[in-house]
Design a protein around this ligand. Structure first.
Ligand code: SAM
Length: 211
């Protein structure tokens, strides 16, 4: 098995040079073996700053975007975090090194089951993956300090916003059709009071679900 650490360090240095400054996010990405979240024939390109195919027409997100989203969510060591669109489980693994507990939901059974098996094998014991429609969140595990949606929503799913604690942050790409997708940070200020900030233009696969 080749040593991927130099490639991983280079990837993280590039992410830092692109403006991500949060030390805990960068340290977590330096530690998680991204190559283990890809099919074996793709391990050589695992640390390129690009989205890569993981099957079922889905992708593992671009590392810089993963880092930006995690940094924007402002996650502390005691946080409980939900990721909707867990895909390969890579972002869940990174989050599990930053937060106390991480929940991931994936709608494709084959991807979700592979991600759960991989996370268990790699020893990420504070992470849990469920197969299902994450557009309605994970009500039994709510409320969350932070929620990251890793697929583009046509509009912000109402049920998900309501699974944030007061002060919690939702990071979600919202499809604005002609204008493309906007990465939003939604902060819950009160029961019905949500602040919305647009952070960047992004490109994600669609969120498909009832919520
Ligand atoms: N974060 C993932 C990783 O680290 O590999 C990559 C996420 S990929 C860009 C988006 C994922 O969202 C896809 O795997 C897709 O199947 C999933 N997805 C789309 N709609 C969903 C939904 N309603 N509930 C759960 N997962 C969903």
């Amino acid at each position: 098995m080749p040593d991927f650490r130099p490639a991983r360090d280079q990837m993280v240095d590039l992410i830092a040079s692109r403006g991500v400054g949060d030390d805990r996010t960068l340290a977590a990405m330096r530690a998680v073996p991204r190559e283990m979240f890809l099919p074996s024939h793709m391990q050589d390109v695992a640390h390129e700053d690009a989205p890569l195919s993981i099957g079922e027409g889905q992708t593992i997100s671009q590392p810089t975007i993963v880092a930006m989203m995690i940094e924007a969510a402002g996650i502390g060591p005691q946080a409980s975090v939900l990721e909707v669109g867990a895909g390969s489980g890579y972002a869940v693994a990174v989050l599990s090194r930053i937060a106390r507990k991480v929940y991931g939901i994936e709608r494709h059974r084959s991807l979700g089951e592979a991600a759960a098996e991989r996370l268990a094998r790699l020893g990420y014991t504070n992470a849990e993956i469920r197969v299902g429609d994450g557009s309605k969140g994970w009500p039994e595990a709510a409320p969350f300090d932070a929620i990251i949606v890793s697929a583009a929503a046509a509009k912000v799913p109402e049920g998900i916003r309501r699974q944030l604690i007061i002060g919690g942050r939702l990071i979600v790409p919202v499809d604005e059709s002609i204008a493309g997708q906007a990465l939003q940070r939604i902060t819950r200020r009160g029961d019905d009071d949500f602040d919305v900030e647009t952070l960047a233009k992004v490109q994600f696969v669609p969120l498909i679900g009832e919520g």
